[in-house]
Design a protein around this ligand. Structure first.
Ligand code: UT7
Length: 334
């Protein structure tokens, strides 16, 4: 039986650091060049946090902007879900830090650990709380500052990532609008294809561990690439099938912004031409859990979504995890 209430978008917001790091800047750090980076990834520049900016501070800023956009007061929030893999502390959750910063004193708050797929997982979780009648106002945040976990001597990884945050306020909407269907998945067999080895209980950080750069992201790029190309199309097609829609009915595709070649391969798999694909990886690099929400904010600014538009979001990342949401846009244009 179809639920009488669905979950839709009431407002969105984003925040990125001021500081830009261009490909030319990276040429001074590692043996690389703008031509290689742009042709292999589509990235021109990325934003980098200062020492006093964190996933918590950027997430709080994005959250405040989403609440303003939604005209929802922080104290009206029932639930906050923060997707991050670069939280301010190992614990408590970064959602607790953001809850304090924005004064959402009634909201239960927790983190989702699904890496770059986190925003999709967070939206799916929040939507189910609303559909179940257990929450009416849910704030989903994607906040990551992975540049703090990069080895700036490793050209395979340090060129890819940037920092940022995004947020969405969800609330009840009509059953034929909002988040229509979701497809989520995980393959723990690939957990060492992209991971952060140090700082947890398995490899507690010691001076020696820091010398070995155990606190830096490790990635088998080619493996992750192949996985991403395969899984993005599959996840989108599965979610579309659950929504009883076909790729032909998709108005806008917002994929996780990791690499333009991965994005193009997924779009091609669904037969989507470039005007139906949103890309801003050139400006921000891979902002992990923040990327889909940042793209959503910019797509709205560019008036590429209207009430009734069919939007497909898809993410993939460490875990390995993946997920897609099919959304029928439920807001009138501003
Ligand atoms: O959210 C999930 C995050 N992760 C990802 O999305 C990563 C997915 N993977 C990728 O995007 C791609 O695999 C990369 C962009 C990381 C690498 O592109 P690739 O086309 O798979 O290159 P490759 O790793 O096969 O390397 C090709 C060559 C190698 O040189 P040799 O061995 O052929 O001589 C690398 O050493 O390019 C070299 N290379 C570089 N050269 C200049 C690797 N990184 C760089 C660099 N600048 N930054």
């Amino acid at each position: 039986m179809q639920s009488q209430v669905n979950a839709g978008f009431l407002g969105v917001g984003m925040a990125v650091p001021e500081r830009r790091l261009t490909n030319a800047d990276l040429e001074k750090l590692v043996d690389t060049n703008d031509e290689w980076i742009f042709s292999r990834t589509g990235i021109r520049e990325r934003r980098i946090t200062s020492s006093d900016e964190t996933s918590g501070t950027l997430g709080s800023l994005a959250a405040k902007r989403a609440l303003e956009d939604a005209r929802v007061a922080p104290e009206d929030l029932d639930l906050m879900i923060c997707a991050t893999s670069s939280g301010d502390y190992i614990w408590p959750a970064t959602a607790c830090i953001i809850q304090k910063a924005i004064g959402a004193n009634r909201a239960a708050a927790f983190d989702v650990g699904a890496a770059c797929s986190g925003f999709v997982f967070g939206l799916a979780t929040g939507a189910n709380f609303i559909r179940a009648g257990q929450a009416r106002r849910v704030l989903v945040i994607g906040a990551d500052t992975l540049t703090k976990h990069l080895n700036w001597q490793d050209r395979n990884t340090c060129i890819l990532f940037g920092d940022g945050a995004s947020a969405a306020v969800l609330g009840p909407c009509a059953p034929d609008e909002g988040i229509m269907a979701t497809s989520l998945g995980t393959d723990g067999n690939g957990l060492e294809q992209i991971y952060l080895p140090g700082g947890g209980t398995r490899n507690p950080l010691t001076a020696e561990g820091i010398n070995q750069r155990l606190n830096c992201l490790v990635m088998r790029g080619a493996e992750v690439y192949k996985f991403a190309v395969r899984i993005m199309g599959n996840a989108c097609l599965d979610a579309l099938c659950r929504a009883q829609l076909t790729p032909r009915e998709v108005d806008l595709f917002i994929p996780h912004q990791a690499n333009i070649r991965i994005i193009n391969a997924a779009a091609e798999r669904m037969g989507l031409t470039s005007e139906r694909v949103f890309v801003n990886v050139d400006k921000y690099g891979n902002t992990s859990a923040a990327s889909i929400g940042i793209a959503l904010v910019e797509a709205l600014e560019q008036k590429r979504l209207h009430r009734g538009s069919v939007l497909v979001t898809v993410g993939f990342g460490a875990g390995l995890t993946w997920g897609a949401n099919v959304i029928r846009w439920n807001r009138d244009e501003a």
